[in-house]
Write a protein that binds this ligand. Structure first.
Ligand SMILES: NC(=O)c1ccc[n+]([C@@H]2O[C@H](COP(=O)([O-])OP(=O)(O)OC[C@H]3O[C@@H](n4cnc5c(N)ncnc54)[C@H](OP(=O)(O)O)[C@@H]3O)[C@@H](O)[C@H]2O)c1
Length: 406
């Protein structure tokens, strides 16, 4: 299949579908409100024709026949957001990828934010580099919790369990406990994280890395997140969760439960998002190699076309569109083989979901990530992947891309 002909077809079809893609219009309109960093850029272009802000907000949408509630940040103009949290201090506990993204976004949105991490650790240094000041906005964990009204537990999931005995007594009545993953409280039998009965417990789980949470915000866009309530003591828990979602940089949010969030998240990353894709790539590559194809040919027909040409089309316009952008020969084969792959994989996915639901995956993750050697052990396993022939061939292929040859 020729890349060029596929791209040309894709472009033609893209222009036909262009009206469906309203994201650019929305993101320009939102930029002025939600990224102070981007505000100056917008001011500089303020003589450009005005783009009408879409009036949106909480709504029930029909997702392929199922009605679901979605929240959009246009319900929370910056002034309303700042007023809502005017008496609050957001205490971010942990400063990994989410702490960095969510903390800086909430700070740029004008909210009072402090960070709590181990003094002298890697995160302490990182936080200082990002402008958090020891004794003013950067504190040891316990002190930050004492100073905060909304305690955002963004430690690693294993650390949330390890540190809970020290943290739990500090979560006193009137505070709000916030997570970005349902992991700790849903698998409480394994993590022993059982929140006190007299506080709201809420979740905002950005569907992407903390680095993306930050970059999208800086561009005036916003990540999509899930929001959920575990415990509503004040009657305001859901409203608070949505407002916090906006504060940390979400553009829109889907309503879910803690259980559904953690089950789908663990399942997805073990499946198609990460584990499944590596397994499928490797199996396809191995058969090509066993039949005498060169590493470059096997890599190109497995990974390079997927990531550089076809998957972005699925992301932009859907699977049928990607099929349509390919040759009739390719389409026929894909249509015939898709159900065979589905049938072969269904039992694996069923086994995976059960393993997530019954806590097996959680116990493995806690056991592995609580080891003192977990960083070294992880590096060893990732090195093994890096050294697989497929990925070594990939490095050479990537180096050939014209855009990497500057
Ligand atoms: N990363 C993502 O893509 C993503 C996406 C959505 C949701 N989430 C959720 O967001 C939460 C935070 O994840 P993350 O990826 O940002 O964080 P992470 O990188 O997994 O965790 C980093 C933080 O945990 C601290 N930490 C680790 N062990 C500790 C211990 N024993 N005592 C005290 N602090 C300890 C680290 O501090 P030191 O530097 O001092 O070690 C660091 O500040 C998790 O619940 C995660 O599931 C993550």
């Amino acid at each position: 299949m020729s890349f060029a002909s596929r791209s040309a077809q894709a472009l033609r079809a893209a222009s036909r579908r262009a009206p469906r893609n309203v994201a650019n219009v929305a993101s320009h309109a939102q930029r002025a409100s939600y990224s102070l960093l981007a505000r100056s850029a917008v001011a500089a272009t303020s003589r450009a024709p005005a783009i009408q802000t879409q009036v949106r907000g909480v709504k029930t949408l029909d997702f392929a026949g199922t009605k679901e509630v979605v929240y959009e940040r246009s319900d929370w103009p910056l002034a309303k957001l700042q007023d809502y949290f005017k008496n609050d201090t957001l205490a971010l506990i942990g400063y990994g990828s989410q702490g960095h993204g969510q903390g800086l976004n909430a700070r740029d949105n004008g909210l009072k934010v402090i960070v709590g991490v181990r003094e002298g650790g890697e995160s302490w240094k990182q936080a200082q580099e990002d402008g958090w000041v020891p004794g003013e906005t950067l504190f040891p964990i316990e002190e930050a919790i004492n100073r905060g009204t909304i305690i955002m537990n963004l430690l690693s999931d294993a650390a949330q369990s390890q540190t809970w005995p020290k943290i739990e007594p500090l979560i006193t009545k009137g505070k709000t406990l916030y997570f970005s993953h349902g992991f700790s409280v849903v698998y409480k039998d394994d993590t022993h994280v059982i929140p006190p009965k007299d506080v709201d417990v809420i979740l905002v789980a950005p569907k992407g890395s903390g680095r993306t949470v930050r970059t999208l915000f800086k561009e005036g866009r916003g990540i999509n997140s899930s929001v959920a309530v575990w415990q509503d003591v004040t009657g305001k828990a859901k409203e608070k969760a949505v407002a916090l979602g906006v504060a940390v940089g979400s553009g829109y949010m889907y309503e879910t439960t803690f259980e559904k969030e953690v089950y789908s998240d663990l399942y997805g990353e073990r499946g198609v998002l990460m584990g499944g894709i590596q397994g499928l790539f490797l199996a396809q590559y191995k058969v090509l190699r066993a039949n005498g194809h060169t590493p470059s040919e096997a890599f190109n027909e497995t990974v390079e076309e997927a990531t550089q040409s076809l998957y972005p089309l699925i992301g932009q316009y859907g699977m049928d569109y990607m099929y349509n952008a390919c040759s009739t020969t390719a389409r026929r084969g894909a249509l015939d083989w898709a159900p065979i792959f589905e049938k072969a994989n269904l039992p694996v996915f069923e086994q995976l979901y059960e393993s997530v639901k019954n806590g097996t995956e959680t116990r493995k993750s806690l056991e592995y990530n609580s080891r003192s050697t977990y960083r070294e052990d992880l590096a060893k396993e990732l090195k093994e992947i890096d050294e697989q022939e497929i990925w070594r061939a990939g490095k050479v292929v990537r180096g050939l891309r014209p855009d990497s040859q500057h």
